[in-house]
Design a protein around this ligand. Structure first.
Ligand code: SF4
Length: 485
């Protein structure tokens, strides 16, 4: 079959994410191709037609199935529509779709990974010390993410508790879209209204929680913002610094524990919780790697070090030291007593982040609601990074004391405990990336104030930057910045 020929029984490719957004009362279906980054907007009727393309039907069958759902189209028009999507690389044949869906499990609702080694179930849980979460109940974390996942049981429970939400009680697909590709797939994503989870009430309260208690929420919402990483010695239980409540809880006594204190070892955890695994070796600088044991030992020493007044400067100095001498105590000493951060060192990082955020803000303006927090946050990050392209302004910001040094120290402490600096990006580049994020967060309040916005999510700029970078893919800027150095 020619690669350009429409498959006999097409289906939406697993690398395409379909998300339903309501802007006011207008429904918008957004197709996001995660491979190419392209976005496509469909109407509700086109989505009904496309969702009937599940790999089991030919075009005639798709037209008949869509007509049963009230979306009528002529076969020729349906063929032309599907051919257009296929030419854009958004469709695939049945077998390819099934393979891809199997090989790319759902983020956030992933099946539990088996403990990688014998005895893994006995691995102790090591919880971030001296932290309790004070949730302000204003729902900032229910308004910033692109996808909120429900497994089939969770979705059925939500529809039963709130059948009125988008009339989801009658039909699953009115309130949810597939997590990736088309139905059937393991997880569903709830529709968003002006960028907010459809189950979020006006005051920022989760209506599922209000009616059915905490167990009525999907697992990802119940465990948020807790993260789990098995490093071969323990399971590090830390916190994602992506919510204003997390940063505001730093240093405050009391609060809710990250984990039920009765849970002691990995085998005590709910099997559905996604426990990431630290790889056997990880890159520490371009061309150099370290073993998992070396990384764990070094990160413990760094966590015990005295953080400098300017954490961003410390991270940049540490990055250079890791590249020069590896994971040594000398590198940690450079972190504790860094040279001032030079504007020129930050420029490629800020420029790359600006490029990503500005593109994102332009795209969002085409379809997201003006009230959508993610849209506004992309605009703020784009504006802050643009302002910092002015050398004098950046120099003045770096010369001034950090406005929230306690928050920055906590941010680093949580990242180290959760091994968040270890991943595909070499450690030295991850350190510079985090420094750049902190500098952008320092500049953000001026931009937000200029926009006249008093959204509670802005109270902790570090959290806003973190949520946008991870939750909306802006973090890919770091690889680009590293290449431009
Ligand atoms: S289900 Fe509830 S807790 Fe989860 S995002 Fe929606 S409103 Fe928030």
């Amino acid at each position: 079959m020619s690669p350009n020929m429409l498959p006999a029984r097409p289906r939406l490719a697993a690398h395409v994410l379909v998300r339903r957004h309501l802007v006011g009362e207008e429904e918008r279906i957004i197709l996001h191709d995660v491979r190419s980054g392209q976005l496509l907007q469909l109407g509700a009727r086109e989505w009904v037609l496309l969702s009937a393309a599940d790999g089991t039907r030919d075009v005639e069958g798709i037209v008949i199935a869509a007509a049963r759902e009230g979306a009528h189209a002529r076969a020729a028009a349906a063929h032309a529509f599907l051919a257009q999507l296929h030419a854009a690389g958004l469709l695939e044949a049945e077998a390819a779709g099934e393979d891809a869906a199997r090989s790319e499990p759902a983020a956030g609702a992933r099946p539990a990974r088996a403990p990688e080694e014998r005895g893994g179930r006995e691995r102790p849980l090591e919880v971030l010390p001296d932290f309790g979460l004070h949730c302000d109940g204003r729902g900032s974390c229910c308004r910033i993410y692109a996808s909120i996942l429900f497994d089939p049981e969770e979705a059925a429970r939500a529809r039963a508790l709130r059948p009125d939400v988008l009339s989801g009680g009658a039909r699953h697909e009115r309130a949810f879209t597939p997590e990736r590709g088309t139905w059937p797939c393991a997880a569903s994503v709830v529709a968003m209204r002006d960028g907010r989870c459809a189950y979020l009430e006006g005051e920022g309260r989760c209506s599922l929680h209000a009616i059915g208690g905490p167990e009525a929420k999907p697992l990802g919402c119940r465990t948020f913002p807790t993260s789990f990483v098995d490093d071969g010695e323990s399971v590090r239980v830390s916190v994602a610094t992506e919510c204003a409540c997390v940063l505001a809880s730093a240093g405050r006594p009391g609060g809710a524990p990250l984990l039920d204190p009765r849970l002691r070892v990995r085998g005590d955890l709910d099997e559905r919780i996604d426990v990431a695994a630290l790889p056997d070796r990880a890159p520490i600088s371009p061309g150099a790697t370290a073993s998992r044991a070396e990384l764990v030992a070094w990160s413990r020493r760094l966590a015990a070090a005295a953080p400098p007044p300017d954490v961003a400067a410390g991270l940049f100095a540490l990055a250079a030291a890791v590249e020069a001498e590896g994971l040594t105590g000398g590198a940690i000493a450079r972190f504790e007593r860094p040279d001032p951060l030079e504007p020129a060192a930050l420029e490629p990082w800020l420029a790359a982040l600006h490029g990503r955020a500005a593109r994102r803000a332009r795209e969002d303006a085409g379809w997201r609601s003006e009230r959508d927090l993610a849209r506004r946050a992309a605009q703020w990050i784009a504006a802050a990074t643009l302002a910092l392209a002015e050398p004098d302004l950046l120099a003045a910001l770096l010369a001034a004391p950090a406005p929230a040094p306690d928050r920055e120290r906590f941010y680093l402490r949580a990242a180290l405990h959760g091994h968040r600096l270890i991943g595909a990006l070499p450690l030295s580049l991850a350190l510079r990336d985090r420094a750049a994020r902190l500098v952008v967060a320092r500049a953000l309040p001026v931009v937000v104030a200029g926009a006249g916005d008093d959204d509670p999510a802005c109270a902790e700029p570090i959290a806003l930057v973190e949520a946008m970078l991870r939750g909306h893919g802006l973090e890919a800027y770091a690889a680009e910045a590293a290449g431009a150095r």
